[in-house]
Design a protein around this ligand. Structure first.
Ligand SMILES: Cc1cc2nc3c(=O)[nH]c(=O)nc-3n(C[C@H](O)[C@H](O)[C@H](O)COP(=O)(O)OP(=O)(O)OC[C@H]3O[C@@H](n4cnc5c(N)ncnc54)[C@H](O)[C@@H]3O)c2cc1C
Ligand SMILES: *[C@@H]1O[C@H](CO)[C@@H](O)[C@H](O)[C@H]1NC(C)=O
Ligand SMILES: *[C@@H]1O[C@H](CO)[C@@H](O)[C@H](O)[C@H]1NC(C)=O
Length: 550
């Protein structure tokens, strides 16, 4: 009988896990090594070892309606893409509303999580923590949710670049970067074109004398603002698009999207053009980078090759002298120092996880690693669904396949992702946003049935199928149903518009166009869609099953 669950970490993932445990009748006990909630979203003036760290100007790259928890929409007046400090406020509201703080033990660090000697019978875990006075405490738990965050151990690949020992400038990782104050008048190289690399290069270029952005891969760059200036994730992450991506030839999808992006700025001309096609990897979400390249403030360069005394060499042989600093935006490695080493069974000693959640080798599935994945959408709704599924599995209400079957699924999924992500570690990390959420939702019993929805509530169906796949969709039916979900979906565009209403304008055109497009689509094509839906839902689920379970 699973009763008490430990939650390691009180960042956004930990908070969601505590809440879900309470919902499902488990007693959560959360351990948080710092003295506050929020994890990486709580800004610190200087980085703390083994904790995530963000820069002062960070603004989220997912919009508020997409990234909120499924039964707690963000306040209507919040901007659609907010500063990190505002997101932390939202997490405080969430913790307060659901009274989560009382379950958290602050300044308590988890040192080890090990199977109890009678694990094969009980499925229980021994947890050792260090409290604020430095004293060790031992606890026994029926289940564990690990939410320690993926961005704690920066990767600084200095040894890949000969000459770094004698380089006269500074080398640092984005983990240490807070703002561009120290860059005034300097010459700086930023390595890596992930979201951090793009942001930081743009910011530095406003103070520095010259900023070079070095990338091996290049990137497709998308702005946060899509058609009519609406949040790009809301216009792109829809069930309609998901279905089209499954059914249409990939080449066509690549081609049309790349054409649209090149129409805005020619990625070849700007030196941004990647080797990979659009669908293959996550695009870079950045509103300013092309503009800074256009102004000559950011200079694109190929991969770094090495260092010379006071400068750097790039792979095309070009040398830039008098470089004051090289900033590596080269990401993080997931480390779990407190877990049994036997769980890290991958060839790179990484955790192998079934559906990015469960270690397949455990006799009892009473431990889950939450938030240890990457996706082309917001993280929070996935984490929340992971928690809902994990708790069902802990309680024995849902079962996992056999160990062999799980390993097989892990391997086929990795192979499939390898086609896009050449690095096996990256490939194993990636999940497809809607398919992954839907898979878990089906397990939990909360996947909205589109056909019944169409017949019962066509107005809502339109929003669910054509509109953004907002997390409220997973609160419409089944266990954990929320009475406010339908209204939250019907009013989502109102909350998008709210923060813009700071000046009365003669006529609000955007609102109209948002409402009329789906309506035109329904009344114009409802008959066709119904038939198509019936036919395709069979096909589509078959495709989806193959994709998900191998
Ligand atoms: C620069 C950057 C920008 C991002 N922007 C977005 C975005 O816009 N949208 C989005 O959806 N995602 C974004 N992400 C992804 C982000 O990682 C997740 O959104 C998410 O917030 C991570 O939350 P978490 O709770 O899993 O981890 P964290 O926020 O890191 O929290 C982990 C917590 O666990 C605690 N902890 C760690 N080890 C222990 C231990 N041994 N014992 C006790 N406590 C421990 C830590 O103190 C911390 O409080 C971004 C990531 C980065 C790096
Ligand atoms: C947002 O930025 C983080 C940090 O760089 C990145 O991991 C994530 O994939 C980005 N999300 C999207 C949707 O681009
Ligand atoms: C288009 O996208 C898919 C994404 O998975 C990729 O496998 C395919 O090779 C791409 N390329 C072309 C030419 O369309």
């Amino acid at each position: 009988m699973v009763r008490r669950a430990a939650v390691v970490g009180a960042g956004s993932s930990g908070l969601a896990c505590i809440k879900i445990c309470v919902d499902e009748g488990l007693e959560p006990v959360c351990f948080e090594s710092s003295d506050d909630i929020g994890g990486m979203w709580r800004f610190k003036e200087s980085p703390v070892p083994e904790q995530s760290s963000i820069y002062r100007s960070l603004v989220v790259n997912t919009s508020k309606e997409m990234m909120c928890f499924s039964d707690f929409p963000m306040p209507a007046e919040y901007p659609n893409y907010m500063h990190h400090s505002q997101l932390l406020k939202y997490f405080r509201l969430y913790a307060e509303h659901f009274q989560l703080l009382r379950y958290i033990n602050f300044q308590t660090t988890v040192r080890s999580v090990t199977q109890r000697p009678d694990f094969s019978l009980s499925g229980q875990w021994d947890i050792v923590t260090i409290n604020r006075d430095g004293e060790e405490e031992r606890h026994v738990f029926d289940a564990v949710l690990v939410c320690k965050g993926p961005n704690t151990h920066p990767v600084l690949p200095l040894s890949d670049f000969p000459g770094h020992e004698t380089f006269s400038g500074r080398c640092l990782h984005s983990w240490e970067y807070k703002d561009a104050d120290a860059c005034r008048g300097k010459r700086v190289v930023v390595v890596g074109i992930g979201n951090s690399g793009g942001d930081i290069a743009v910011e530095i270029s406003r103070s520095a004398d010259k900023t070079f952005l070095s990338t091996r891969q290049g990137a497709w760059v998308m702005s946060r603002a899509s058609t009519s200036g609406l949040p790009v994730d809301m216009t792109h992450i829809t069930r309609l698009n998901n279905m089209l991506t499954l059914l249409l030839p990939k080449t066509l999808v690549n081609w049309t999207t790349e054409r649209a992006l090149n129409h805005k700025y020619d990625h070849g001309l700007y030196g941004l053009k990647p080797r990979h096609r659009f669908l293959d990897q996550s695009p870079l979400i950045n509103d300013d980078l092309p503009g800074r390249i256009l102004q000559g403030a950011v200079v694109m360069r190929p991969n770094l090759k090495g260092f010379v005394e006071s400068g750097v060499v790039f792979e095309d042989g070009t040398v830039e002298g008098n470089i004051d600093a090289v900033l590596f935006c080269t990401g993080y490695i997931g480390k779990f120092p407190f877990l049994p080493p036997a769980l890290s069974e991958g060839i790179h000693e990484e955790l192998i996880l079934y559906k990015r959640l469960f270690p397949p080798s455990l006799q009892h599935p009473t431990l889950a690693i939450v938030g240890h994945f990457r996706t082309k959408g917001p993280v929070m709704p996935i984490v929340e669904m992971q928690a809902r599924w994990a708790v069902k599995v802990f309680s024995g209400l849902k079962h996992l396949p056999s160990k062999e079957k799980m390993l097989e699924v892990i391997e086929t999924e990795r192979q499939r992702m390898m086609k896009s992500y050449p690095c096996p570690r990256q490939a194993a990390f990636q999940v497809d946003y809607i398919p992954y959420l839907d898979f878990m939702a089906k397990e939990v019993g909360v996947l909205p049935n589109l056909l019944t929805l169409l017949l019962r509530d066509p107005q809502l169906w339109v929003k669910v199928f054509f509109g953004p796949c907002t997390p409220y969709q997973y609160r419409l039916t089944g266990p954990g149903q929320w009475a406010g979900a339908r209204h939250a979906i019907l009013s989502q565009w109102k909350r998008v518009a709210q923060p813009f209403k700071t000046r009365a304008v003669p006529e609000l055109k955007t609102k109209q166009s948002v409402l009329t497009l789906p309506w035109l689509l329904t009344f114009g094509g409802s008959v066709i869609m119904a038939v198509l839906c019936l036919k395709l839902s069979f096909q589509c689920f078959r495709v989806r099953d193959i994709r998900l379970t191998g």
